[in-house]
Design a binder for this molecule. Sequence first.
Ligand code: XMP
Length: 521
Amino acid sequence: MAAHDRLLVIDFGSQVTQLIARRLRELGVYAEVHPFQKVDADFLAAFAPKAVILSGGPASVTEPGSPRPPAALWRLGVPVLGICYGQQVMMADLGGSVEAGHHREFGRAFVEPAGGAAARDPFLDGLFETGREEVWMSHGDRVTRPAPGFSAIGMSPGAPFAILADPARRFYAVQFHPEVHHTPNGTRMLGNFVRLAGFRGDWTMGAYRAEAVAAIRAQVGETARVLCGLSGGVDSAVAAVLIHEAVGDRLTCVLVDHGLLRQGEAAEVVALFRDSYNIPLIHADEGPRFLAALAGVTDPEAKRKTIGRLFVEVFEAHARAAGGAEFLAQGTLYPDVIESVSFHGGPSVTIKSHHNVGGLPEKMGMKLLEPLRMLFKDEVRALGRELGLPEAFVRRHPFPGPGLAIRIPGEVTAEKLAILRAADAVYLDQIRRHGLYDAIWQAFAALLPVRTVGVMGDGRSYDWALALRAVTSVDGMTADSYPFDHAFLSETATRIVNEVRGINRVFYDVTSKPPGTIELE
Ligand code: XMP
């Protein structure tokens, strides 16, 4: 069992439950999210949380059969914080009343202190310094009578029970969402809650490093070997360095170079792993094979599937040639692992088939090793720094598994790849020179399957059109186009047309996601 304090977030299906865990992790508190269906008395006893947070959710406690935590929760003797639906659950279960929503309230609201206790309650430390707190409300139902023991310590015009407290039991309940950015002091409120719950802030990447290394050694044992596919991205790199620290040269990395990487990318990974870390690395230089397989393939899904299939085949061949291994390492992250609460259960549509080393472990009889599966992306970056990976590497923008192929709508050819690589390098150089790289989630160029007429010098040109894309995002699920100023865009377009042969026109993609996606295919 982990040495650090643990907080349990019970998920009732809010869209933003993950953010609760993220904010807590930022505060040095280890939190796990579990769906309400799974959390019964036995689960609570085994998890042994030091505090519990009940998330928001779409249900109404006024309806029969609405989701509830186990009654054992109230007897655990640990602090509990209910957020939105979580607040209503607390009131309904502990003897207060909740009314079904005629007062739907969405958006910004201001909370003021209420009651004499407000000034002294530790939940409010450092709050109300300017008199009131901006918060984000999103609820239909509302509390009409607090449960015995609770009193209001914060109120808003629309919500007399915006913050309820039972300090004796250390039970707190808020009607708004402290976990979202629209509640500017929300992290402070969560910080106050975990402090009054006695958390020591012992979740740091330095501590996790030692813990993870011990766990990898325990799982892999004294003799087994591990294979790790390197993609050039941060997750697989951090996983590899961590595993290398645990098992040394029993780790072999395989970089399947599908010829669809960016300029200089494969060489950079090889230099970093072989030279700086001394990690055994197979560089499988298979570009021509992928290009041959992609000849004539224009449909985006067909492209993704072709690359995915060949990737597995090539990885497997190189892995076998290297003598195989008992474990396959993957850079799976916590957001992929959190079981989501589903009320409807229907299958969701596939927008794009994502690329991973699907099916390989079973096929090769390997076990999975996923040392990052409890981490958020920011934590992986912090762990990367802790392990000494270069800052520029740790801060890299995400790059998709199918690489540049999905940035060339239509058929992928060697000529188009060369043009795109050169243009993308100029674009990223511009972004770095202007100090914009870290403000952007992801930036790249895409080569459009369109030739247009231009004039260069005294002559006519008939060359390809290039699209530039740059987005801001928190997790890649939604995104906004980055608002470059016009001077930057025109300077960049001029440089690209002058420096890259084959391009005579540049567009900037201003589509957000949704309705667009980040990649073009
Ligand atoms: P989309 O285009 O779906 O992309 O809005 C969201 C994020 O996912 C990345 N992406 C991928 N990453 N394998 C990956 O590892 C893939 O097949 C893949 N397709 C898209 C994309 O770059 C963006 O960060």
